[in-house]
Design a protein around this ligand. Structure first.
Ligand SMILES: Nc1ncnc2c1ncn2[C@@H]1O[C@H](COP(=O)(O)OP(=O)(O)OP(=O)(O)O)[C@@H](O)[C@H]1O
Ligand SMILES: [Mg+2]
Length: 255
């Protein structure tokens, strides 16, 4: 499945965060989204994940405008993507239950409702996949530990396991390794590459330039009020078309 943002504008209240943003994520590729804090990377990922409609422009799944189709179709599309938020949001239960939770969690839902839904939707059948996904992120041994007692990095890995266990066609990861040490960062990067090799399209926001260089096929550079260039990783890091890209990568922050 190809997921695409086309000439999208979005903001909050009267503030426009970005405009004219276009980006596609195709099956079997990793797209890294890089750019300074506050530029709108998370906002774009949330739009791609259909959490809300963009103010202008379109989000398409396999070329269909998902905000101009029936609610039923949009829900069906939503089931085909997985998203992991910048702050891992686990509910108060075991690691295993969290990983087996095959329902898109809305962060605005109260914990009470999320937990009731988790009990409903966690089936013994789902647990096998969940354990496999926990293994992939190096968390299988902690399957029976309570999520509330996990470190930030462990919780982040469980959130990624949950998304993998759901078996999405497109996976959107918002700074998936921001709380991880180098060894666990490598574990997650391997999991991302394994997902890609299974044909999953992955988009990830990251502040780690080396990570983008290591695992991305293409890189989108988000600066100012939009994406200034998208190209294959080698071009972005070695010979970018836009001088601002080089400056950003070399650490001169510009807006
Ligand atoms: N719910 C919201 N209400 C109001 N403003 C918001 C909301 N979410 C994000 N913003 C603002 O929109 C802008 C873009 O935020 P976003 O989280 O998308 O940035 P980001 O590129 O992901 O940053 P970071 O690298 O720090 O994660 C910021 O100025 C932020 O303050
Ligand atoms: Mg963000």
């Amino acid at each position: 499945m190809t997921v695409e943002a086309i000439d999208v504008r979005h903001g909050y209240g009267d503030e426009t965060v970005f405009e004219d943003v276009s980006l596609s994520i195709r099956s079997g590729e990793v797209v890294a989204i890089i750019g300074p804090s506050g530029v709108g990377k998370s906002t774009l990922l949330r739009l791609l994940a259909l959490f809300e409609p963009p103010e202008a422009g379109a989000i398409t799944y396999d070329a269909e405008d998902v905000w101009h189709c029936s609610d039923r179709r949009r829900l069906a599309y939503r089931r085909r993507i997985g998203m992991v938020f910048q702050e891992a949001s686990l509910f108060d239960a075991s690691v295993r239950r969290n990983a087996a939770y095959g329902l898109r969690v809305r962060r605005s839902w109260p914990d009470r409702i999320r937990q009731a839904l988790a009990r409903l939707f966690t089936t013994p059948n789902g647990t096998g996949d969940a354990l496999e996904a926990l293994e992939t992120v190096g968390m299988r041994e902690q399957a029976d530990q309570q999520a509330a007692s996990l470190s930030g990095g462990e919780a982040q890995r469980v959130a990624i396991a949950r998304a993998l266990a759901y078996d999405p066609e497109v996976l959107l990861l918002d700074e998936p390794t921001s709380e991880l040490d180098p060894r666990n960062t490598a574990v997650i990067e391997d999991a991302v590459l394994a997902a890609k090799n299974r044909g999953i399209g992955v988009a990830l926001a990251t502040h780690d330039m080396h990570q983008a260089e290591r695992i991305a096929d293409r890189v989108a550079v988000f600066l100012g009020d939009g994406i200034i260039e998208v190209d294959d990783a080698e071009t972005i890091f070695e010979n970018p078309a836009d001088e601002r890209t080089r400056k950003f990568i070399e650490g001169e922050l510009i807006y």
